[in-house]
Design a binder for this molecule. Structure first.
Ligand SMILES: Cc1cc2nc3c(=O)[nH]c(=O)nc-3n(C[C@H](O)[C@H](O)[C@H](O)COP(=O)(O)OP(=O)(O)OC[C@H]3O[C@@H](n4cnc5c(N)ncnc54)[C@H](O)[C@@H]3O)c2cc1C
Length: 218
């Protein structure tokens, strides 16, 4: 298992509490959808973060929400290029079932930074057929939405009015108003309540439980 210090190359502030961090890869290997542990050097404290960058990118990127009073995420937000973070990994089974079978339709459903593994899927396997349904509180949280194939990204904004045709409301309302195909494969990532609610809605829409794959961030 890889463990080592990685130099910070860039921090992008994408929304009030969300930033993206780019660090040197140092030969770390991972499968799209997996996460690593990241912490400040010599603190003995780390947290899991899913790769935001694709399997074949030169550097590693992560999409991180700063949790108020959190132990790790606020410290990561203050990093500057040239600083170091401790990384170990990679871990996890939240990977695509058959990324090279282009007949499959994937539906990726996320809240907040739960979109990170989906960005990684799309960057790693640009030919897959997918739709992303992304729940955010605010419009500004449609992180890097131009990275997705036109028409494949739906943003559901719950705490303000949309400005560019975003769906007004939560992902659960979107799914109730737009029933989904039982033949797609569903990946759900984000907070536990959303995942439980979306799971129930998809099951009511005749999606088999074996076609729903989940990753709980918190
Ligand atoms: C497999 C896995 C992958 C993950 N990948 C990512 C990722 O790519 N990006 C990312 O931002 N986070 C990700 N997380 C969450 C991350 O590991 C931390 O839990 C988060 O950064 C908070 O750590 P902290 O030390 O700042 O807060 P802590 O001191 O651990 O405080 C934790 C508190 O914050 C809450 N919390 C945790 N995450 C959030 C959140 N996003 N929004 C609101 N409250 C939250 C917890 O419920 C808890 O109450 C992932 C978690 C798992 C299990």
């Amino acid at each position: 298992m890889h463990k080592g210090l990685h130099k910070v190359l860039e921090i992008r502030h994408l929304a009030k509490s969300t930033f993206s961090i780019r660090i040197e890869r140092n030969d770390l290997k991972f499968i799209a959808g997996q996460c690593v542990n990241i912490g400040l050097p010599n603190t003995g404290v780390n947290r899991e973060y899913s790769s935001y960058s694709g399997e074949n990118e030169a550097d590693l990127r992560f999409l991180i929400r700063e949790v108020e009073d959190g132990q790790v995420s606020p410290k990561l937000k203050t990093l500057k290029p040239g600083d170091f973070v401790e990384v170990d990994g990679s871990y996890g089974l939240f990977t695509l079932v058959s990324p090279h079978d282009l007949t499959r339709n994937y539906v990726f459903i996320a809240t907040g930074t739960g979109i990170a593994p989906f960005h990684c899927f799309v960057k790693s396997y640009p030919k897959i057929k997918y739709k992303i349904i992304h729940g955010t509180a605010r419009v500004e949280e449609g992180y890097d939405k131009n990275d997705y194939v036109s028409g494949s990204y739906v943003q559901c904004v719950s705490q303000e009015k949309g400005v560019n045709g975003e769906f007004s409301g939560r992902v659960t309302s979107y799914l109730q108003q737009n029933p989904q195909s039982k033949d797609s494969i569903y990946y759900l990532c984000g907070n536990r309540n959303m995942i439980n609610d979306v799971y129930d809605i998809l099951r009511e829409q005749d999606v088999s439980g074996s076609n729903i794959i989940t990753e709980v961030f918190f």
